[in-house]
Design a protein around this ligand. Structure first.
Ligand code: 3HC
Length: 293
């Protein structure tokens, strides 16, 4: 069945949506990427172009391949362009009110057979599915940052998933070169339920001055062989995203390990969100590392 999939839609072209668009286009799908306005659209287009150009610079892609990939992507601000999409991935900000608009629109615009996938990391897929008249065809498709690089895609089914929907989404994930892991709709799914409390613990160590941020990061890269230490990773993921995941874990399970470190909450309140805002635990506006917090 997945062989009949040709046209994919991606709604939201931030860091995740742009990466997802690139991944689908690289795998040979025709992709329509939709943003809310021209400014956001320009940003999304630039993200995809920069990522592909980097791959060309590194010799991993030829200029010809880059052009072919870009030719498979149509950018626009009109969700109506998704009327003939077979499969749509939503990657808009993690707010239910925003997702509600998107899913209500998609449900109206797309044919009844279209699978609607959400890249949510902190909202319940079931709640999003229930916003539509096709809850059985709504599935979680959770990519990891940076989407073009990370192999894992969590495929999240719900109690109202139609038979075959999860399997189909997992096949799509394989078709785009990812490793699907099927998970139930539970706060944090699998990876974030393990990863984000670990990041939170690292923030707690830093907050209590047990070690410097560099020492904490080095401890884990050197001890566990991870490519990034937890504070560097928090900056990559986004501190707001980390906090949102912890808050849903806490809301769902009320376990002490899910209580967000006070410093994390304060940094989000201060707008220090990590790479996307230029500053998190590290300063991303400068090549050299800034003073400690
Ligand atoms: N787009 C495309 N390719 C990229 C990229 C991007 N944004 N960023 C890096 N790459 C590629 C590079 O081109 C390079 O490819 P090559 O080895 O074939 O030349 C490769 O990835 C390694 O990149 P770099 O050499 O530039 O830098 P690093 O070796 O430091 O790797 C990293 C960067 C891939 C980000 C690596 O540090 C890493 O894997 N970090 C961990 C990331 C992680 O754990 N992500 C999951 C976060 S959790 C999440 O997203 C879930 C959410 O819901 C919270």
């Amino acid at each position: 069945m997945v062989q009949e999939f040709h046209k994919v839609g991606v709604v939201g072209l931030g860091a995740m949506g742009a990466g997802i668009t690139e991944v689908f286009a690289r795998a040979g799908f025709e992709v329509t990427g939709v943003e809310i306005d021209d400014t956001a659209l320009d940003g999304g287009r630039a993200r995809v172009a920069a990522s592909l150009s980097k791959a060309v610079d590194k010799g991993k892609l030829t200029g010809h391949e880059q052009t072919a990939i870009e030719d498979r992507i149509t950018f626009g601000t009109d969700r109506g362009a998704l009327a003939d999409a077979d499969f749509v991935v939503e990657a808009v900000p993690e707010r239910l009110d925003i997702k509600r608009h998107v899913f209500t629109d998609l449900d109206r615009i797309c044919p009844p057979g279209t699978i609607l996938a959400t890249n949510t990391s902190s909202l319940a897929v079931t709640e999003i599915a229930a916003l539509t008249s096709r809850p059985g065809k709504v599935v979680g498709l959770h990519f990891f940052n940076p989407a073009p690089v990370m192999k894992l895609v969590e495929v999240v089914g719900t109690v109202i998933s139609e038979p075959g929907t999860v399997e189909l989404a997992a096949e799509v994930a394989k078709r785009i070169g990812k490793t699907p892991v099927v998970a139930g709709d539970r706060a944090g799914f699998v990876a974030n339920a393990l990863l984000v409390p670990y990041i939170n613990d690292a923030i707690g160590l830093y907050e209590h001055r047990i070690a410097s941020r560099e020492e904490i990061d080095t401890a884990m890269t050197a001890a566990a062989g991870v490519p990034m230490g937890p504070l560097t990773l928090a900056d990559l993921v986004g501190l707001d995203v980390c906090l949102a995941v912890l808050d849903v874990l806490w809301a769902e399970f009320r376990a002490p390990r899910y209580v967000a470190a006070p410093l994390l909450r304060r940094m989000v309140a201060a707008g220090r969100l990590g790479r996307k805002s230029g500053r998190g635990f590290y300063d991303h506006t400068r090549e050299d590392v800034a003073e400690d917090l």
